[in-house]
Design a protein around this ligand. Structure first.
Ligand SMILES: Nc1ncnc2c1ncn2[C@@H]1O[C@H](COP(=O)(O)OP(=O)(O)OP(=O)(O)O)[C@@H](O)[C@H]1O
Ligand SMILES: [Mg+2]
Length: 317
């Protein structure tokens, strides 16, 4: 990737809690090209949402964020300011909308406030966006309230609202987790269409490796605040290098019986006290003495795993 649109190098985030400082994101590198979807995958609590919130500028003031490089389209991120060209959609679309304002009003708002549309033009564009999201009777629907929408329809309206910001990067944090399987597939298909149509960069966050296998260009696997493997989707799925990624993939078939990644034995480390070497060593069947003594090399953009089993003396392959 010559000029990634999103360029994050050595991002770290700590969050103070009543029980101590949590090292939620540790030395993370991420790059996403224009028009590319990167899936950020990993089990609960590994730091996916905190990574997204750091990029978006949504972390609480108490968070400490540090990065060697943090750029989107050459503009600095992590300035503590709201990022106008980045939009985000969340797991629960009900929480995205204000219950006492119409859906249409809320989609029109960024058009008027950020992009200077007149009221009439904003209404017109709102209807167009809802239609684009395959919402029938869009004009009528735009006058309705969140509780009058089904979950899938509301998530599509949330994507319409994100698009009203005219983003160049869309961050989707578990946007289909609350939806049933067929609605999930519809939303995924829409996101992929939009990515191609608008050359959007997308950061797609999920627990679910299976969900992204047909949609993401690349996958970054996160564990205990670190990215432990990143490569093209087919490379990760066909040739997983890190034992953790292999365990995730092995857990996939039982996903269909509703068992989640919890099927993996043991639990991730307490991020108040991140292990000094490999964070996965304790759960890893292949762990060697060096794994608990020294950190494996940081993952670069090509297919590489942050794992001593794959240490070839350099991190580019
Ligand atoms: N606002 C916050 N204040 C303090 N700690 C936080 C805050 N947000 C997240 N954390 C902690 O940071 C770590 C990473 O959390 P994060 O929400 O990024 O995980 P995640 O990968 O998104 O998990 P999930 O899949 O459950 O959404 C966790 O230990 C979590 O408890
Ligand atoms: Mg999360």
């Amino acid at each position: 990737m010559s000029h990634p649109a999103l360029q994050i190098e050595a991002l770290s985030v700590t969050l103070p809690t009543a029980r101590g400082i949590v090292h939620a994101v540790r030395n993370v590198n991420l790059a996403i090209a224009a028009g590319e979807m990167l899936a950020l995958v990993g089990e609960s609590g590994c730091g996916k949402s905190v990574t997204a919130q750091a990029i978006m500028g949504l972390l609480p003031d108490s968070a400490r964020t540090h990065a060697h490089t943090a750029l989107f389209n050459k503009q600095p991120l992590l300035t503590g300011k709201y990022q106008k060209n980045i939009a985000m959609i969340f797991q629960n679309p009900m929480a995205t909308f204000n219950p006492v304002l119409t859906i249409g009003y809320q989609i029109a708002e960024p058009l008027r406030l950020l992009h200077g549309y007149s009221r009439k033009d904003a209404e017109h564009e709102t209807v167009r966006l809802l239609e684009r999201m395959q919402i029938a009777d869009a004009r009528q629907k735009s006058l309705r309230y969140a509780h009058e929408f089904s979950g899938g329809m509301l998530q599509r309206a949330a994507i319409a609202m994100a698009l009203a910001c005219k983003p160049e990067l869309l961050i989707a944090d578990e946007p289909t987790t609350a939806l049933d399987v067929s609605t999930q597939a519809e939303v995924m298909a829409l996101l992929t269409e939009l990515r191609v149509e608008k050359n959007l960069s997308m950061l797609f966050i999920t627990h679910d490796l299976g969900l992204v296998s047909h949609h993401a260009d690349r996958i970054a696997v996160m564990y205990a605040g670190e990215i432990i493997e990143t490569a093209s989707t087919s490379s990760v799925l066909d040739n997983p290098a890190h034992p953790y990624t292999r365990a995730l993939l092995a857990a996939l078939p039982i996903r269909h019986s509703n068992a989640r990644l919890a099927a993996l034995e043991g639990s991730p480390p307490d991020l108040r006290f991140p292990p000094p070497a490999c964070a996965f060593a304790e759960r890893c069947a292949k762990a060697m003495p060096i794994c608990i003594q020294q950190s494996p090399p940081v993952v670069e953009q090509h297919h590489a795993a942050r794992c001593w089993l794959h240490n070839t003396g350099h991190t580019h392959e």
